[in-house]
Write a protein that binds this ligand. Sequence first.
Ligand code: ATP
Ligand code: MG
Length: 388
Amino acid sequence: MNKVLLIRYGEIALKGKNRPFFEKRLDKNIKTALRGLEPFKLVFQRGRFFLQIAGEKFHAAQERLRKVFGIVSISPSSTVSPGLPDICIEALALLEKSFRPGISFKVETRRVNKRFPLTSPQISSHVGAFILKSGLDIKVDVHQPEILIQIEVRDQEAYLFSQRIPGPGGLPVGVTGKGLLLLSGGIDSPVAGYMALKRGITLEAIHFHSPPFTGEAAINKAVDLGRVLASYGGRIRLHLVPFTDIQTQIRIHCPEPMTITLMRRSMFRIAERLAAQRGIEVLFTGESLGQVASQTLENLVGIDKVTTMPILRPLIGFDKAEIIDISREIGTYPVSILPFEDCCTLFVPKHPVTRPKADELDRAEEKLPLDELLTSCLERIETRTIYP
Ligand code: ATP
Ligand code: MG
């Protein structure tokens, strides 16, 4: 008997010619996620991946696979030769692991090898009868069994398991395209990044900081958030932009209530230019409609006006409480709530505009040497590659 992890992915949604592309990418992403746990063997066979890995690394591998998008569920399985005697013995052993007196069970079989002499229901009832004859205090319940013994009979081997650990679902990172995430140190943008990754986007991140007003702590926070995202996405390139000059110029030359909106406009301009340089076609942000004064519909429109690149806002329809729930689940929350100086909180106006007119924003920016400021920012970007 050998142990393997049986890995299922969303095959149903994947008929047609995208499928091999998807499977190849998933294969690569699984191997990346398991880096450091070598040696292991990943075998692909008719709609499933099978991972062979040493017993002591089994659990660690399982935990990492739970973060690989595209995976729907994982089952720790035993493998035996595909003959009834071995299957029966292993099924009983599997049941004994979770045995309590009086417990109910059911056997379910999926026969992938159609040349196997018995049908799936025949295999199930044969194995069920064998277990009942063992003398253990157990009963069959086909509707709500406490233990479900599942058997997959394939050509070379039969797989037995009783657990289905949910994966994250979604699409393998890398199958849909590239995006640039505006990553602050807050709660929302890391969640937006997670959503982008979940839909198969290869993500890079851009973070604006304001030296010397914001210190190393602010950068470290963005790096730490990037690291959590990298545990889902493989690795993340993080671009750090010194933003102080632009902020200072806005502060000096523009009406105070517009500060945040104008800062945001310049962030988007820089993000768009960087994205273009890197062959990236969309921006992602953590904005959610109406959450704060700077995220009114008018402000979002006023910000959108300055770029031509599509801006995707995966959190647009979420309540803050829902976003917090996700951030807890995905592991970004504890980092996001660490105290730090955000580059924007330094310059928060007392009464931010909520209904700015686009032409007023344009006019406010006329006094700024924008081109110069943007170019200088872009030239001073520091890029780091972050691994999980
Ligand atoms: P978050 O929790 O993501 O900071 P928020 O609700 O605090 O969001 P804002 O601070 O208004 O909202 O920021 C709106 C969005 O602008 C953020 O989600 C993020 O995408 C982007 N953003 C804000 N500050 C920065 C920054 N310093 N660097 C990069 N992107 C930023
Ligand atoms: Mg914020």
